[in-house]
Design a protein around this ligand. Structure first.
Ligand code: GLU
Length: 545
């Protein structure tokens, strides 16, 4: 009886690993091409950190003519939800992230390095586990949960490192004959890795983001195949990244402490390890102290939040690129209209410490992004959003598409476009007064609070000055004439020089007209608003005050 016999007894059906090595050959890609993967569990939920990682995955693959894979890690079947994969695929698609290879829905996939769902790869993992057993590098473990509790109890009492290692690894040295007898006796078991590491020795690792790091070697005999026949994450990821010919792993910081184990697994399996990049966790400022953005506490942890709010994809991606590489911001300043695809992301320029998520900054980027859209783009994007999230806005916009595009075109497409809209969920409120059937004005005329004065100003304006055909300069000159007529300065600076001479200035007068026409004190350019509303509506609204 030797290791080979044991391996055959445990996995009689498993193919030789050479079969898989040939089936999934090295990829024929240009020098420097990166093969990356995003590997979520099928929980249907993508955390902002996951989106961050997948943006980097996709960008690096694209930049280097490589391949970006979407792999689903469903070996922990407790965490699964119905349609979890499709939801992940769709959420990524909402951010224009479509993998080159991998899962495309619950049960469909593309690419020849699959299956891309771990639960479909059981045979593959078993083949490699079998190979490890043959080499004497893995063994069956018969410990029951009670046995493991007992070990833990003893370790705690003696205040020593917990885990299944060294002398604590009870099943590590069971004689082969006994092992075989127990298996034949249908005793339950799992498969453990037989670590060759020693805690008192160090390994060095060069992380693509963190640079050189040193850790004690791994010495834990971790589980590689569980009782249900499925692998653990550690084992599965090694086999998958090898066979999918992944060259660069990008994953969250929380995995960095697994590096000694992962490197040891790669070595034991005879695989060349990929490069690893551990990205800093995105943090949240919680009343002055930093903590991780949490799925439980923070709505902005879920990427669906940004979609529901209607923050444009481009803004979210630009913001995340900006967290990723601090040189993105100066690049953007110097290349205002360039597509962000032109920015070259570099792993060695990644932030090593965790950036604090800054919603104000994101919304600021979003305002700039939206300010660059023309009326047609705003219309189309807003309709897309409203279709899913706001029926009233959809109806408003669609009731008269031509008119709506004029409304959306106010202060847009010029040198200094309006920058007041940060998300599509803000849009309705910012244009609603342009729609007659929704117009519910609040008349607060600010400085001028005499009803009579307001009435007189409005009356004079309509009777003497208002002409829809005036150009902007004439329109404004007339506003000044009106101001002068009522004892207000034509220019703000005249008023400031001699405030005692005037009741106010032209701004106070135009506020009266603005409030009458829009029901608001703050709006975009009033001249443009009047042009879009048209003569009749302007007159009617002023008359109704
Ligand atoms: N399935 C792991 C996770 O969801 C993937 C980690 C990795 O990228 O290797 O965290």
């Amino acid at each position: 009886m030797d290791y080979k016999d044991l391996a055959n007894l445990i996995f009689p059906e498993a193919k030789p690993v050479s079969y898989y090595e040939e089936k999934y050959p090295e990829r024929n890609l240009p020098e420097g091409a990166m093969v990356t993967r995003f590997a979520p569990s099928p929980t249907g939920f993508i955390h902002i950190g996951g989106l961050f990682g997948s943006i980097i995955d996709q960008k690096l693959a694209k930049q280097t003519d490589g391949v970006f894979i979407l792999r689903i890690e469903d070996t922990d079947q407790k965490r699964e939800i119905e349609n979890g994969i499709t939801q992940i695929v769709d959420s990524l698609k909402d951010f224009d992230i479509v993998a080159d290879e991998g899962m495309t829905s619950e049960n469909t996939e593309k690419g020849i390095y699959g299956p891309y769902k771990q639960s479909e790869r059981k045979d593959i993992y078993q083949a490699y586990a079998k190979w490890l057993i043959e080499q004497g590098l893995a063994y069956p473990c018969f410990c029951t949960p009670e046995d493991l509790d007992e070990i833990r109890g003893k370790q705690e009492a003696a205040k020593i490192r917990p885990g299944y290692y060294g002398i604590w690894a009870k099943c590590r040295n069971i004689p082969l004959d006994e092992v075989v007898a127990r298996i034949q006796n249908v005793e339950k078991y799992i498969i453990r890795f037989k670590s060759q590491g020693r805690e008192d020795r160090k390994i060095k690792h060069k992380d693509s983001i963190k640079g050189n790091i040193e850790f004690p070697e791994n010495d834990q005999d971790i589980v590689i195949i569980k009782a249900d026949g499925l692998p653990t994450y550690h084992f599965a990821h090694a086999v998958d990244d090898h066979l999918m010919r992944v060259t660069q792993v990008i994953r969250g910081d929380e995995w960095v402490s697994s590096i000694p184990l992962h490197l040891e697994l790669f070595k034991a399996l005879g695989f060349k390890p990929p490069k690893y990049a551990h990205t800093a966790t995105i943090m949240k400022d919680d009343n002055g102290s930093k903590r991780k953005i949490s799925k439980r506490k923070d709505p902005e942890a879920a990427v669906s939040y940004y979609h529901e709010q209607g923050i444009p994809v481009q803004a979210v991606k630009e913001y995340l690129l900006n967290i990723a590489n601090s040189n993105f911001e100066p690049w953007r300043r110097a290349n205002k209209d360039a597509s962000m695809d032109e920015f070259e992301l570099q792993l060695n320029k990644m932030n090593v410490s965790g950036a604090v998520f800054d919603m104000v900054k994101l919304l600021d980027i979003s305002k700039t992004v939206i300010s660059k859209y023309d009326a047609e783009e705003v219309y189309n994007k807003a309709i897309d959003w409203a279709n899913r999230y706001d029926e009233e806005l959809k109806n408003m916009l669609e009731s008269n598409a031509e008119y709506s595009k004029k409304v959306l075109g106010i202060e847009r497409g010029n040198v200094k476009p309006r920058k007041d809209i940060a998300k599509w969920s803000d849009l309705k409120d910012s244009i609603i007064y342009m729609y007659e059937d929704k117009f519910k004005p609040v008349y607060e005329f600010q400085k001028i609070n005499s009803q009579e004065e307001v009435k007189n100003i409005l009356k004079s304006y309509i009777e003497k000055h208002f002409n829809i055909n005036d150009d902007k300069q004439t329109w404004f000159d007339k506003m000044k004439d009106l101001a002068e007529e009522y004892g207000y300065a034509r220019e703000v600076k005249e008023f400031k020089a001699e405030p005692e001479k005037y009741k106010g200035h032209v701004g106070d007068i135009s506020t009266v007209i603005r409030v009458a026409v829009t029901g608001r004190c703050n709006t975009p350019d009033l001249y443009e608003i009047m042009q879009v509303l048209g003569e009749e509506t302007v007159k009617q609204r002023i008359h109704n005050v």
